[in-house]
Write a protein that binds this ligand. Structure first.
Ligand code: DGY
Length: 424
């Protein structure tokens, strides 16, 4: 059974492999996505370390001069996706989007290095990648935290990876739609529209793209110009975990300047994360930087914060919160609290389970010694695969597979779970 699942996952990685990068799934997502690639590399490394390093190197080959690493690299034109390069207009040699995605690369590279069988190759390739990752992190703190709070804001919901989370609803209401170009969505031609964001959300996504495009994608201007500025604890936790992992790896590689700088970023951010904690919800919350207020939305973003080295007492409370959620649904971890009125078991980030988030939460809680809840998350993740295949996401209530099928990062995470890849 285990070997059959690993073989199936490996076949999915192979069929979505375009040589030097991997598409998340054919049809719905026909290009290279930033955080998909970094998590995919972890799965690839079990079969081919060289190929895994290449996945991340290809992504960083398209890093912008200011340090930003885009969320999509449009390697080959494909009009089955909207919005394509003609909408983004970022004037890059190989077209890219103009916004970023969760900074999971530092974590992924540290993990590839720690597990590498070919240590010489790993040393060489990590040494080349680390300065680029550090430059990306510096970009985050310079361009998405201009006041120096220690925490970065997303300026577009797509940056979070949790595109249509309930967390953004109120802030997104303030994003106008005047002057939005007419457009035809492609996602709903590949996936069930009831599983995807709504048309009203898409209009606001495109409004923001047009606004930033009108500012020439100048990251010195975009943060302050955006009507949407949200500090997401999950997004920051990924960045801060990556900073800490980069610091540790840079120390091993003798890159002492990178190490001390990255550790200072992690320390400052982790201290600032405390301002997002909610005793009432038993998790962290998002912060609306435009309003200067916490967003009272019990989503998975504040649980994913456990991926970072948060205080042990916080990990304990998050584990308790997960245990309570686990009593309400068959499969952990729902992307929104099932007791909340906005919960939707099938719609993208408003309820469904995502294996990549399960993996990161489980990894962080394993490091914190919360083994009982980690065992439940791993068991639920594998049960979803066995019962519903390698989908993009799943109903936490009955396991209905949702979104795209034969999904790359789902396959990579299954390999990780089955080979006991957590906290290694
Ligand atoms: C999409 O197109 O749905 C992506 O999530 C945006 O990156």
């Amino acid at each position: 059974m285990t070997q059959a699942l690993i073989d199936h996952a490996a076949a999915i990685l192979a069929e979505n492999d375009k040589g030097a990068y991997t598409v998340p799934t054919h049809g719905l997502y026909p290009f290279q996505w930033n955080w998909d690639s970094c998590l995919t590399a972890l799965g690839q490394a079990h079969f081919n370390e060289d190929r895994a390093w290449t996945e991340i190197e290809t992504l960083f080959a398209h890093q912008w001069d200011d340090g930003m690493v885009p969320h999509i690299i449009f390697h080959q034109l494909d009009d089955g996706y909207f919005p394509g390069p003609d909408v983004w207009q970022t004037a890059r040699p190989v077209p890219t989007s103009g916004i970023t995605q969760p900074a999971v690369a530092g974590f992924a590279v540290a993990r590839l290095f720690a597990r590498a069988k070919d240590k010489d190759m790993a040393r060489r390739r990590a040494t080349a990648l680390l300065p680029k990752i550090a430059k990306w992190h510096d970009w985050f703190f310079r361009c998405r935290d201009p006041q120096g709070t220690g925490l970065v804001a997303i300026i577009h919901p797509w940056e979070s990876g949790r595109d249509n989370s309930v967390d953004w609803d109120a802030a997104f209401e303030r994003v106008p739609t005047d002057g939005v170009m007419p457009f035809t969505r492609r996602d709903t031609q590949h996936a069930n529209p009831a599983h995807r964001p709504t048309q009203a959300q898409y209009e606001r996504y495109i409004y923001l793209v047009q606004l930033f495009r009108g500012l020439g994608w100048d990251n010195a201007k975009l943060h302050d110009a955006s009507p949407f500025q949200v500090v997401d604890p999950g997004f920051n936790a990924i960045l801060l975990r990556a900073c800490g992992d980069v610091a540790a790896l840079a120390t091993q590689l003798g890159l002492t300047d990178i190490a001390s700088h990255a550790q200072a970023q992690a320390d400052k951010g982790l201290t600032a994360m405390e301002s997002l904690w909610s005793d009432k919800h038993g998790q962290y919350l998002c912060f609306d930087r435009k309003l200067g207020a916490l967003i009272q939305s019990p989503s998975i973003g504040g649980i994913l914060a456990a991926f970072a080295p948060i205080p042990a007492a916080r990990s304990q409370v998050i584990a308790n919160t997960l245990t309570k959620l686990g009593a309400q649904v068959r499969y952990l971890v729902p992307s929104h609290d099932p007791a909340a009125p906005e919960f939707d078991a099938l719609r993208y980030w408003r309820g469904p389970v995502w294996l990549i988030v399960n993996y990161m939460i489980a990894d962080g809680l394993a490091r914190a010694g919360q083994t009982a809840v980690v065992d439940r998350i791993v068991a639920d993740s594998l049960a979803l695969i066995a019962e519903s295949g390698f989908a993009e996401y799943y109903s936490p209530v009955d396991g209905t597979p949702c979104g795209g099928g034969r999904f790359t990062w789902t396959a990579a995470m299954v390999i990780e779970f089955l080979t006991d890849g957590l906290a290694q």
